[in-house]
Design a protein around this ligand. Sequence first.
Ligand SMILES: *Cc1c(COP(=O)(O)O)cnc(C)c1O
Length: 398
Amino acid sequence: MSAFDGGAASLHPETRLVHAGTMRSQFGETSEALFLTQGHVYDSAEQAEARFLNKDPGFQYARFSNPTVAMLEARMAAFEGAEACRATATGMAAVTAAIMGQVRQGDHVVAAQALFGSCRYVVEEHLPRYGVTSTLVDGPDIDAWRAAVTPQTKVFFLESPSNPTLEVIDIAAVAALAKEVGATLVVDNVFATPLFQRPLQLGADCVVYSATKHIDGQGRCLGGLILASQAFIETHVQTYLRQTGPAISPFNAWVMLKALETLPLRVRQQAHNAGIVANWLATQPKLPKVIFPGLKSHPQADIIARQMTGPSTLVAFEVEGGKAGAFRFLNGLKLIRISNNLGDAKSLIVHPATTTHQRFSPEIRASMGISEGLIRLSVGLEHADDLVADLAAALAGV
Ligand SMILES: *Cc1c(COP(=O)(O)O)cnc(C)c1O
């Protein structure tokens, strides 16, 4: 191993994303190795015993950890500025473990109501099955969080910006309230990306990602990440993951590890393109509403200025004519493809009311700000002028 510490805090994030966590084998490879192995052999029975007692550093079994997965975790921890990181098979495995690992029967969870559909399922339907109650609140309203707290409240959970309406919550204010009432705050940071928002620095206890999105960034593999203090991971996450088994494949971890090297380049360019697209959309009379964290018209623009260092790569907007208008618009696009994924190099667009948030009643969708005409656009790496031309042609047909 070289003496160069690629994860040193004195280095810029771009440098850490290329070097942090690298563990070279005896062959001295430049590119991080893919250790596609389920397990590891021991030199002696004594060494096996010591490994299981955590007295001998090293690996045992890929459900617990793996060298390629460990490189991803170390690189991501260095990037986020977290003491510890654990990778999971999917973003939902990360969300579920981060919450379920902390609670037991009788506990209570408070969460912002504007959530990705599966996140909302975990809080609203999965937890109550095991005797953990939950209350959903209007996220930007700090008084609503306070009013929802009970003596049993253990966890606060939020997404900011939220999926798909890009609602922004004052993370520092919610974190301060969590500390005051003895709860922890878990933040799903997918829409901000680790480049533009650092929830741990704002007082959150745990950050989760769907690495499927901008971290892969090229639509290939599923993955999730949980970042927190060493104590948080050891107390709430480590045993839960080890024993229940939502481990990431070493192959998927390798894809994510290599993708982190280019994340700042990709996300900055995608956000830049999203800004051009959002500014153009905002001038269109057939679009009554355009939501983008980089627009001055965003309802929480003051909070964005305080807690984010960049916007997002996503834009939400409403098309005139409800569902029919939205469908006509989507069907008129040629370059931008209809897909529920996001964060990809390819621009992708979706109608949340009939796809990602279809299972909610129209009333619940309305309370989440998801109207029949709402569209979510994930802006990719194409030239922004080509994207605007495609949107303009489709809009002309509405
Ligand atoms: C996609 C997504 C998830 C779930 O991630 P998977 O990798 O699909 O399991 C969780 N939260 C948000 C905000 C997402 O966009």
